[in-house]
Design a binder for this molecule. Structure first.
Ligand code: URC
Length: 318
């Protein structure tokens, strides 16, 4: 026993499901989040000598999440809410030095009705399976008056497909090659992207309840405080490039996506894409004298879930 030592400890509550409505005079606004709260600090004794006096119960972390969902003016932005929640926790508990908050924001879009797409004040539709993802680390290890944060946001499970404008040829051909070179093919991927903002420092709460959380005035477009617009631009850029790029490969198209995200968002320092290549294989009908394999005549495909290619890269600001 004495030859072992605790080298890392982190605990918290995962899968905290929360829905919030903000009732404006004309329009209601809603968010649905899956939140995870993980804490680090002077908590070793809870592991090593069964000392629960240092434990903020994970049940309390769940309650704090709901309390802030009710009281925080930042609830509608997952980045700001995560920063507020992390700041609250590290400010309230002297021995907690780091809070790692992750949020998955599910899609709810306002229903538009009638010929002129009139936005409905309080009805919404789940118009996609993709999620806005956020990971915030609020760090108080340099002191409770010296808070800093790292924010990585992104999009997961954005499923797309195009039926033209994607070639793949010129790759290594040797005794292991069976793939046909094509000047056109089906291209489909489930986009996963995550971008990291420049590190930021945070003001500690000034009120006794530790609830006060301020964001700077006049923040720069593309900064972490502009995160709702950043994710909208990243989604648009991704869909734009996917549709419009005359793709030579997933690799080349991915790089263009990353370049756009960096160019359009001044506060983003790097972006990582993970693009599975979800292969659609043309059915060979040569046995019955029908051409379904040359790109121009390929119309019937087998969608395959496995194996898939997996193309990933990180594009960083110079
Ligand atoms: O865009 C692609 N990149 C690859 O690396 C690859 N490999 C493969 O078999 N098909 C594809 N497509």
């Amino acid at each position: 026993m004495s030859e072992s030592v605790l080298t890392h400890a982190r605990y918290g509550k995962d899968f905290i499901r929360v829905f919030r409505v903000v009732r404006g005079s004309e329009f209601h606004h809603i968010v649905e989040y899956n939140v995870s709260v993980m804490l680090e600090g002077d908590i070793e004794s809870s592991y090593t000598v069964a000392d629960n006096s240092v434990v903020v119960a994970t049940d309390s972390m769940k309650n704090i999440t709901y309390y802030l969902a009710k009281t925080s003016p930042h609830i509608l932005s997952p980045e700001r809410f995560a920063l507020h929640l992390g700041t609250y926790i590290v400010s309230k508990y002297a021995h907690i030095h780091r809070a790692i908050i992750t949020i998955e924001k599910l899609r709810w879009s306002r229903i538009a009705l009638g010929a002129n797409d009139q936005p409905h004040p309080h009805s919404f539709i789940r118009d996609g399976d993709d999620k806005h993802t956020v990971e915030v680390e609020v760090d108080a290890s340099a002191g409770k008056d010296n808070l800093s944060a790292k924010v990585t946001s992104g999009i997961a499970d954005l499923l797309v497909l195009k039926t033209a404008g994607s070639a793949f040829y010129g790759y290594i051909r040797d005794e292991h090659t069976t793939l046909m070179e094509v000047d056109d093919r089906i291209l489909s991927t489930s986009v996963d992207l995550a971008y990291t903002f420049a590190p930021l420092s945070l003001s500690p709460p000034s009120d006794a309840k530790k609830l006060d959380f301020t964001i700077p005035e006049g923040f720069a477009p593309g900064s972490v405080w502009d995160a709702d617009n950043v994710v909208a631009r990243a989604r648009n850029a991704t869909l734009d490039i996917f549709a419009l790029d005359d793709s030579a490969s997933v690799q080349a198209t991915l790089f263009k996506m990353g370049q756009r995200v960096i160019a359009e968002n001044a506060g983003v320092v790097s972006v990582t894409y993970k693009l599975p290549n979800k292969h659609y294989i043309p059915v060979n009908m040569n046995y019955i004298g029908i051409d379904n394999t040359t790109p121009a005549n390929a119309e019937v495909f087998v969608p395959t879930s496995a194996p898939s290619g997996l193309i990933s890269a990180t594009i960083s600001r110079k």
